[in-house]
Design a protein around this ligand. Sequence first.
Ligand code: HEC
Length: 410
Amino acid sequence: MLSLAACGGNNDTSIAAKSPTRTAAAAAIQAAALPEVNLPGYRSQYTIVASGGNFLVTDITTGQTATYTAGQRLRMLDGGVAFDLAGNAGQSFRLYQAAFDRAPDVWGLGFYINAYDNGVVPDVISQSFIDSQEFSSKYGSLDNAAFLTVLYNNVLHRAPDQGGYDFNLSYLNGTNPTGTTVTRAQMLRFFADSAENVSLTEPSTRNGIEYLPWGMTLPETPVATYVGKYDGNFGGTEGGPVSFTFNANGGITLTAHNNVSGADMSGTGTVANGGKLTAQMSGGGRTINLTGSVNAATGYVTGSWTFAGAAGGGVVVAIKAAVPVGPQFSQVKAIITQRCVPCHSVKPTIPGYPVAPNGIRLDTEQEIRNRAGQIYAVTVQSQFMPYLNQTGMTQEERDYIGQWFNAGTP
Ligand code: HEC
């Protein structure tokens, strides 16, 4: 008995070993496991976008780009991206849509890709979706007619047309004049790889299929690590500025402006421990779905986006906004040492000033702090100092001292 279950929570790692049904024929219709290209960073370090049948990957920390071909796979430190959209990864992805009417979770998808890669017969994989807990709790027990209706709903999002429906049902029931019977597992695969399902899932797979390579675990970085605001841009067929705000519970709020439509957009999303995120934002009659990840160490959010229900998409990159740094005393002291101390010192260095003018010395932190008000008056307000500006003080330096004084001389 094969324990292959279509879900996100099955921990059976021995599916391939247990499979009794691997055959030469199966090997012929399945792609071999693909070598993975290892990239040194986390998923959030790269943007990936489909480009002319290939996939353009940009390392946003270096700006370096690389092009990968359809069929290749990438492995980052926290997940993989598969470009075999017509191969094992694509078939696994589409089974989720046809059987469950949803996109796969990265863990479950990694499980099935691994099963395909290891030569488990496609009908066995397909049957495991039908036998799964999720399938029976969603649909209960189904006769052939109801089973077929589920497939039509999930893939076509409409009631079946009578002719096609009767035709398919006759195969399931074994009443087709050809005498051929088609199993439910075969019928599910037929729907999963139908042209309709390929185009239904295309917006979600276009820029590569994200999955968790089998045996890999996500870093357990808790969601609270990502708290903060991240500002950046989305680009592609449309684009503009976008900001993400992560809260401590893994919630995300988004605001954006679409420079093409001219509309403001807003939305919400969630991030999981480890940094994978999904979000949706709308405005101006458009809805954008976003998937990606955030990396606490680098402060980057990256991902890709697609229009819900329409062609178009691209990438998104944002970086954690720097917490604004107020004026620093060390900087004020550096300015004064350069522009004032040549005269206002216990030992002046400018010729003609044997002693500090008016006895005002600015050598130490204490001396500077004691005269903060006077310093502000003569350098910012009256600009009487430096005397004849012999030390070449700039307006930026005056402004900086002004900010420091107005901030309460921190
Ligand atoms: C080239 C020499 C020189 C430099 C550089 C210089 N000062 Fe002076 N400073 C003087 C002289 C000379 C006076 C006395 C002017 C007077 O009383 O007419 C003076 C006076 C002052 C006074 C007293 C002003 C008053 O109205 O009593 C303050 C405060 C002062 N300087 C601060 C500074 C600060 C702050 C800087 C740097 C931004 C600075 N000085 C740079 C030569 C200098």
